[in-house]
Design a binder for this molecule. Structure first.
Ligand code: ADP
Ligand code: AMP
Length: 206
């Protein structure tokens, strides 16, 4: 299965992608997770990406296209979480795929619901697990239930960067909804529902 998860920041793409990976074995390729790991390891890619991420801007296409091309070239199945994020990336993806996508899942939700999700989000810097201080707290306080690392707030889950990310989403990423609808690939789910309900919708559209 070759899937793209599309939706605004905080819509729940990462949460659902990781669950689907755990249950179906389709590997998640999450560009945000890969870029944050590169920053943590202070690689050349991380050094180039850091300032963009901190401001809530997109990292230049050439950098992300390369990571995705390297990853998916070895995969039969994948869940792309956070890529493509603009038209140029969508065209790039089309050109590197050896088999077509099966579906693009659009996580539909109003922006107002997302502020609370983003400001309460905590992530595991080691295994990328996603938590929320109210909706989905870790059982062990500020430690990851899966690997024990100390949870952190993302640098870009701060008010200024959140605002910028919404703007970038509206201007650059949202046009992909029409792009994939025209190609008959779009499957829309209501992301403004409890996580289990969103997951059931996901299974039913697949
Ligand atoms: P995205 O990958 O789309 O940016 P995440 O999966 O990281 O979104 O989710 C954003 C935040 O919202 C996290 O703190 C997560 O725990 C929480 N969350 C995810 N799905 C839901 C949901 N269906 N209802 C409420 N909170 C959710
Ligand atoms: P995410 O974890 O998907 O919310 O992504 C966090 C940040 O990483 C984004 O705000 C961008 O700065 C960067 N990023 C992730 N994916 C991409 C992409 N496909 N293109 C450009 N920048 C990206």
């Amino acid at each position: 299965m070759r899937l793209v998860f599309l939706g605004a920041p905080g819509a729940g793409k990462g949460t659902q992608a990781k669950r689907l990976e755990a249950e179906k074995g389709w590997p998640v390729v999450a560009t945000g997770d890969l870029l944050r790991a590169a920053i943590a390891q202070n690689t050349p890619l991380g050094q180039q990406a850091q300032a963009y991420i901190q401001r809530g801007e997109l990292v230049p296409d050439a950098l992300v296209n390369q990571i995705v091309a390297e990853r998916i070239s070895q995969l039969e199945s994948f869940i792309l979480d956070g890529y493509p994020r603009n038209l140029a990336q969508a065209q790039m993806l089309e050109s590197i795929l050896t088999k077509p996508l099966d579906a693009v899942i659009f996580f539909e939700i109003q922006e107002e619901a997302l502020i609370e999700r983003l400001s309460g989000r905590r992530i595991c810097p080691e295994c990328n697990a996603v938590y929320h201080i109210k909706n989905n707290p870790s059982k062990a306080g500020d430690q990851c239930d899966q690997c024990g690392a100390t949870l952190v707030t993302r640098e870009d889950d701060q008010p200024d960067a959140i605002r910028r990310r919404f703007q970038v989403y509206r201007e650059q990423t949202e046009p992909l909804v029409a792009y994939y609808r025209e190609r008959g690939l779009l499957r829309t789910i209501n992301a403004d529902a409890p996580p289990d309900e969103v997951y059931q919708q996901l299974l039913s559209v697949l």
